[in-house]
Design a protein around this ligand. Sequence first.
Ligand SMILES: Cc1cc2nc3c(=O)[nH]c(=O)nc-3n(C[C@H](O)[C@H](O)[C@H](O)COP(=O)(O)OP(=O)(O)OC[C@H]3O[C@@H](n4cnc5c(N)ncnc54)[C@H](O)[C@@H]3O)c2cc1C
Length: 291
Amino acid sequence: MDSFEPAPPLIGLRGRQRIAGFTLARPTSLTDALDLRKARRSTWMAGGVDLIDSLKHGSPMERVIPLAGLAELRAIERTDDGALRVGALTTYQHLADSELVRTMAPDLATLIGGVANIRIRSKATVGGSVMSGNGVYDLMPALLALGATLVLVGPEGETRLPAANLEAGEPRLLRAVEIPSQQVTRLTFDRTLRPVACVYLGVDLRDGLATSARLSVSCAHARPGVAAVALDGSDAETLAHRLASGLPPALDDGIASAAYRNRMIRILTRRLLETSLGTTLNTTPPAGSRP
Ligand SMILES: Cc1cc2nc3c(=O)[nH]c(=O)nc-3n(C[C@H](O)[C@H](O)[C@H](O)COP(=O)(O)OP(=O)(O)OC[C@H]3O[C@@H](n4cnc5c(N)ncnc54)[C@H](O)[C@@H]3O)c2cc1C
């Protein structure tokens, strides 16, 4: 007689797919959340939008650790050095509606308030979006363009990491993200070509002058990358070319070829640069030029 593995106990059906049994372990503190995560096949859950989907598709988790009870992950505040600090459990909708976010980073609030739909925005969190590493989502490329910092917590304590340095499979818990205010970095974006490519441009300001720019893109790479240039007086076409050349190779798939994506990224970036540098900001004059 053939032997076979017994089917795991059925605890839920959604979309006609089986979710295998797991234990729910509710942490009472950040330390508790880190300790619980040491178990084999354990995972944190924030809004659960991605996680439930992955469980439905057979991801073998034995312990799910909901973070929802950890109030310290929800705060939105201004830091002592004038940045905007957003807790990892903040939902997209809360981010878009927050008075402080709308004051300090209004372009980010506008971006996030316009993605997906109200049902998704009410569940999706900053932490889940960033830590998923999904190249289609909007938040991480916006944070990369803004030059944001991630506040991570692990067994060794708290670490601040530039968003650009986040690696796939990061094991620590994201506590918060710190975002420069719009007086320091201005965000513009263009999502009109989704799902081919969406571009996010951050322009750094010093004494009212635009000094440098960062570009990130969604829908064009497996994980969002970022490229930066100094604004040295070169025209928007040249800067767009330099920025786009600093990104990883674009995806070549059934949605669009890599060549088409690369071309569209350059065009959309040039337009954002023209808007940012031409109408709202002054650029740093080329080295050696008269003021
Ligand atoms: C129909 C639909 C449309 C969508 N459209 C858009 C869109 O237009 N733009 C967009 O940006 N996104 C979009 N999304 C994606 C959505 O933003 C993500 O699914 C959501 O942000 C995931 O967050 P979550 O809180 O649900 O994460 P979860 O599913 O809870 O977690 C995801 C992963 O992150 C880990 N994690 C969660 N929190 C932390 C933390 N604090 N520290 C460390 N790891 C953590 C979990 O362990 C898990 O591995 C869409 C999703 C759907 C279903």
